[in-house]
Design a binder for this molecule. Structure first.
Ligand SMILES: *Cc1c(COP(=O)(O)O)cnc(C)c1O
Length: 373
């Protein structure tokens, strides 16, 4: 998709906020605990390379991404710090793991077997940095029992093509007030660790929520994601122990303003009909930008006033009801601050019945990202 640069709609990313969010969490960690900034999915929609650079300034020692291609993007931008892939990779891509120096999860014995067969045919420029993934209750990827983990560890120790660099797990309820299931996962992971003859360099368990609310269990590395962008991982549920400064605002401008007579239909299906004479403004953003049709009825900010989105959101444009005549070119804030008022990512998520993670990832590639520090 092309980036629509010749349009007033843009996401403004405050890189200083990201640096500050990282610094604040970094200062709560011990000196020997590394913070890896999670910049998968284009930095949760904020831009992977720019947010990685901002995170590095705040003390991030490494980065996590979901896929090989996301890792390659960082390497091609000149980032030499450690990069951990979070998803399972196919053995046919082993040469890329070595050449780009990626760390990666090992999640099953079958994978190790396949890798052994594959490695009989190729030689690599450096050892493969494996992190054993333990599934302690997420039900996603990883070894399910201590015996299998111990066998995998032994296997890695015996195979010189591999360096056993890490062991980790992932919690499914760290963002909730009820900690019973979290405790169960935590105890299981401790039990698994206790059966191993030695531990690798990195032992890690923490996404943002575990880092914020279960700091007793971080191991010596954290995978810090959504909170680095200034968003509270629990949504409304738990208060964060540190201030989180949102990094992204979404702005546009009025491209047409008109006075419509009472009884005028607005947008497809004329789902809104002006109940009286009204000033209506048009804004160049729509569902192709990730501003979804469910946003009908929500408000945006213009000159510090909440203006309702009236009628259906179109692919590229939407209409809002203005309190008075306003000039074409007037700034419209869809997310962020405007004249002392604020629309948060959480407000948008609430309107869409989802979590803010999904909102940031849904803002499409058509919206240019502009960086300010
Ligand atoms: C995405 C992800 C994270 C980061 O999660 P946040 O909630 O954004 O902090 C950490 N670990 C794994 C395995 C992930 O997939």
């Amino acid at each position: 998709m092309v980036v629509a640069r010749h349009r007033p709609t843009k996401a403004i990313i405050d890189t200083a906020a990201i640096t500050e969010n990282i610094k604040n969490e970094r200062s709560r960690l011990g000196q020997d605990t590394a913070l890896f900034a999670v910049v998968k999915a284009n930095g949760y929609g904020h831009g992977a390379v720019e947010t990685a650079q901002a995170a590095a300034k705040g003390g991030a020692a490494g980065f996590c991404v979901a896929t090989i291609d996301e890792g390659i993007e960082l390497r091609e931008a000149g980032i030499h710090a450690p990069i951990l892939l979070l998803g399972v990779v196919g053995v046919q891509d082993i040469p890329l793991l070595a050449s780009y120096d990626f760390s990666f999860p090992v999640a099953s014995q079958a994978w190790l077997q396949e890798a052994e067969n594959y490695l009989a045919e190729v030689s690599l420029e450096r050892p493969l940095k494996a992190h054993i993934k333990v599934d302690t209750g997420m039900g996603r990827i990883g070894f399910l029992d201590a015996k299998a983990v111990a066998e995998a560890a032994k296997w890695l120790d015996q195979h010189t093509a591999f360096e056993w660099e890490g062991i980790f797990t992932h919690f499914s309820t760290a963002d909730q007030a009820d900690t019973a299931y979290w405790q169960q996962q935590h105890l299981f992971f401790q039990e698994v660790l206790s059966t191993l003859p030695h531990l690798p360099r990195y032992v890690h368990t923490s996404n943002s929520a575990t880092a914020l609310w279960h700091e007793q269990a971080v191991g010596n590395m954290i995978r810090y994601g959504v909170a680095m962008y200034g968003l509270n991982p629990s949504g409304h549920d738990l208060e964060a122990p540190i201030s989180l400064k949102p990094a992204l605002s979404l702005v546009s401008a009025l491209i047409q303003v008109k006075l419509l007579e009472k009884g005028s239909g607005i947008s497809y299906g004329e789902t809104y009909i002006t109940p009286q004479q009204e000033w209506i403004g048009t804004v160049p953003i729509g569902y192709a930008d990730g501003w979804l049709r469910k946003m009908q009825g929500f408000s945006v900010l213009v000159e510090g006033e909440y203006c309702e989105i009236v009628g259906r959101v179109c692919m590229d444009q939407l209409m809002i009801r203005l309190p008075r005549e306003m000039s074409v070119g007037t700034k419209v804030t869809l997310i962020g601050e405007n004249h002392g008022k604020c629309i948060t990512m959480q407000d948008v998520a609430d309107q869409l019945d989802t979590i803010h993670y999904e909102v940031t990832c849904t803002l499409s590639a058509r919206i240019p990202r502009e960086y300010k520090s």
